[in-house]
Design a protein around this ligand. Sequence first.
Ligand code: FAD
Length: 305
Amino acid sequence: MLDPRHLSRDEPLAPFTTFKIGGPADLLFEATSADALARAVLAAREHDLPYFVLGLGANVLIGDRGFRGLVIRNTARRCEFRDAGGDACELWTESGATIKSLIQESVTRGWSGLEHYVGIPSTVGGAIWQNLHFLSPAPERERTMFIAEVFERCEIVSEENERKTVDAEYVKFGYDDTIFHHRRDVVLSATFKLQRGDPVALQRVLQENLSWRGAKHPWLDWHPSAGSIFKKKEGVGAGRLVDQCGLKGFRVGDAQISHMHANIMVNLGRATAKDVRELIAHAQREVEENCGVHLEPEIGFIGEF
Ligand SMILES: Cc1cc2nc3c(=O)[nH]c(=O)nc-3n(C[C@H](O)[C@H](O)[C@H](O)COP(=O)(O)OP(=O)(O)OC[C@H]3O[C@@H](n4cnc5c(N)ncnc54)[C@H](O)[C@@H]3O)c2cc1C
């Protein structure tokens, strides 16, 4: 039984996504604890109700006709720092906590490990689902960093309805890939291992990464988006190919290929999911014809279009 105070009907989903696009969910449940998240998933499965776990909605495009079934919005955000001996600590956190809030908490306490992901909108569940990553702009750290590097274990409710703790071997972290793309397990909480950091160095990483983002990416508060639309293709950034086709600034309705970054599509105000899908199809056609490459979307398409 879901707590009726956290359940609503025909609730528009656009406000719960970074794209600010998406029609209503038949049912929307806000899971404010890991237990409530597990109960909601189990209840949906028991009643054969289609369900979808939504984090910050930063990697999805939700259809204009919304979602038939139950959307479980994960806002379970409890976290705890536990001494791991020496210069290390374990950060245990429910999976609806945002990476932003965890960075604030850990940097304030002088713990290093999550600061590289500053400026990326994500819950812990979303970050583990896709192995959140970031190519550091600083020459001394110039490599892609993955959330897998600080991951210790997580508690899941498995496809078989068991609650259990699993390790990195189970999760099979890859590039934009984990076991959770292939099994209907849901992450309830996670534990990360952090190291004591130099406060000056931590602040430097935050500033460098945020100014790199500010210079390269459209600002989310002004230009809602879902980040990169297409996957990298054989090591070549999709943005470079879209840019080569002269598509920066190209629009369908209120969906536009960003002037700042050709792999990001922005919502100029009233973009619909249909606009975005048409813009994606147009970019795919142009890149295929001009560069001979088929671009695959990186974002998830959820619900009815
Ligand atoms: C401006 C911008 C910049 C971005 N930059 C980057 C970047 O540099 N690097 C990068 O890697 N990504 C980036 N992204 C993409 C996005 O931030 C990540 O994919 C993020 O991890 C999505 O997290 P979320 O909580 O919003 O997940 P959602 O978008 O809500 O969900 C994504 C998927 O994860 C699943 N999921 C969510 N929670 C759980 C859970 N608890 N258990 C199981 N499955 C779950 C959902 O069901 C869905 O399939 C960017 C996005 C934006 C908008």
